[in-house]
Design a binder for this molecule. Sequence first.
Ligand SMILES: NC(=O)C1=CN([C@@H]2O[C@H](COP(=O)(O)OP(=O)(O)OC[C@H]3O[C@@H](n4cnc5c(N)ncnc54)[C@H](OP(=O)(O)O)[C@@H]3O)[C@@H](O)[C@H]2O)C=CC1
Ligand SMILES: O=C(O)[C@H](O)CS(=O)(=O)O
Length: 483
Amino acid sequence: MLTLDDPSLLRAQCLVAGEWISAERTIAVTNPATDALIAHVPRLDAAATRRAIEAAEAAWPQWRRRTAHERSAILARWHALILQNQEDLARIMTAEQGKPLAEARGEIAYAASFIQWFAEEAKRVYGETIPSPVASQRIVVVREPVGVCAAITPWNFPAAMITRKAGPALAAGCTMVVKPASQTPLTALALAVLAERAGVPAGVLSVLTGSAGDIGTELATNPVVRKLSFTGSTEVGRLLMQQTASTVKKVSMELGGNAPFIVFDDADLDAAVEGALVSKFRNAGQTCVCANRLYVHEGVHDVFAQKLAEALRALKVGPGDQEGVRIGPLIDEAAVRKVQEHLADAVAKGAQVLSGGRRHPLGGSFFEPTVLTGVTQAMTVAREETFGPLAPLFRFSDEAEVVRMANDTEFGLASYFYARDLGRVWRVAEQLEYGMVGVNTGLISNEVAPFGGVKQSGLGREGSRHGIEDYLVIKYINMAGIA
Ligand SMILES: NC(=O)C1=CN([C@@H]2O[C@H](COP(=O)(O)OP(=O)(O)OC[C@H]3O[C@@H](n4cnc5c(N)ncnc54)[C@H](OP(=O)(O)O)[C@@H]3O)[C@@H](O)[C@H]2O)C=CC1
Ligand SMILES: O=C(O)[C@H](O)CS(=O)(=O)O
């Protein structure tokens, strides 16, 4: 049973055009740890999406005319309310997504940090003047909000993926229609309750649950929407890029990853094990920046493998609301099947299970944190993102060889390596073809740094001073006739 200090935060309705609405057709939201029903949320369609878009268009002129300081103050209130309700938001998140409560609390703080960051960045949307080549002309450049925006977000970070988009959008003076993942809508709806309490005007922010195809297609093809930001699988990202092309929208894509995690023979092995735990097993391995391939130098491979297996045995698996749990359930049965497929393929091609390797005795979608050794590039796990608690170890002997293997993927989101030789650190960091490189750390996500990928991991950057650029357009004003 989900007990909240403020039960009104559990909102089984959608915020559309400034009104909380229900629907006859609904989607059941269940707890992945217990399969228990939490709530039914509306199954909205294209018509409701159009209403939200029309309201966003109608609200935009007033919202963009507010001063940056006024928008900043409202975002600052939203930030404060999120932190004041952190415990309730974390309980809702753990109930619908499964992550341990400690991780959920951390995500709420991480999500709030984007609102705080962009509350400040709102006041730094600077323009420029350019020396004119014509004496009677003056050249001014201003940066303006792009307009009505859409966001489609995944189930693995139900709060941070909302605020990492809504924060810069509202800060820039845009309005936004959000479609959260159907498996984890309640956190997004609770954030919308708090946005309304913070003073975000009606229509500026709408949150709709329902058919991904119906809502998504409307968001991707409606000409009023000028920008779409998506976080999720590369497959859906490609589809949305095709659909948004019809109306030439700006797009930001945070897509799939296949992160290498390299341990050189000069690494601090205890630090590398700690980094592998957080990079591989955060959110039970269900993050796009999780280490997906662990390359370990042959000179330290066996010691590292034993240390990692020993550390995994200390991780408690269980429902996220239980004290001390570090590994919660996977989001659903399909996620478990994908882990089992990667595991079976690797073992069939010669890999060995060093630790774990089975469904957890708790049943359901719980899976033992697993270490595989003897993994090679020929195995599926080297090419596809597992998105689960499976750590495949590959041996290597040569720096150039491991950089080649690490880059041998169509993805390019996050990468990690542990080494202490300064020359090697610079050489490898510069040669890795990824948007983000963690050196001697497994945790690189924060609100101040540009988060994003290259190759088929996506387009654009979120967070940092760069994150607001995707919600702005440049206007050039030429004032002539000046004597
Ligand atoms: N780069 C990054 O930051 C991240 C990447 N990912 C990647 O996403 C995958 C796992 O997340 P997952 O949520 O399953 O990804 P999906 O791409 O399946 O879903 C993400 C969102 O897209 C929606 N969606 C699904 N199909 C469509 C469609 N045809 N049109 C419009 N929207 C659609 C989903 O809605 P619904 O829930 O209703 O189906 C959900 O809201 C992994 O590959 C992971 O790497 C995930 C998180 C972050
Ligand atoms: O969706 C994700 O996987 C997140 O982007 C990962 S992070 O931002 O929490 O690192």
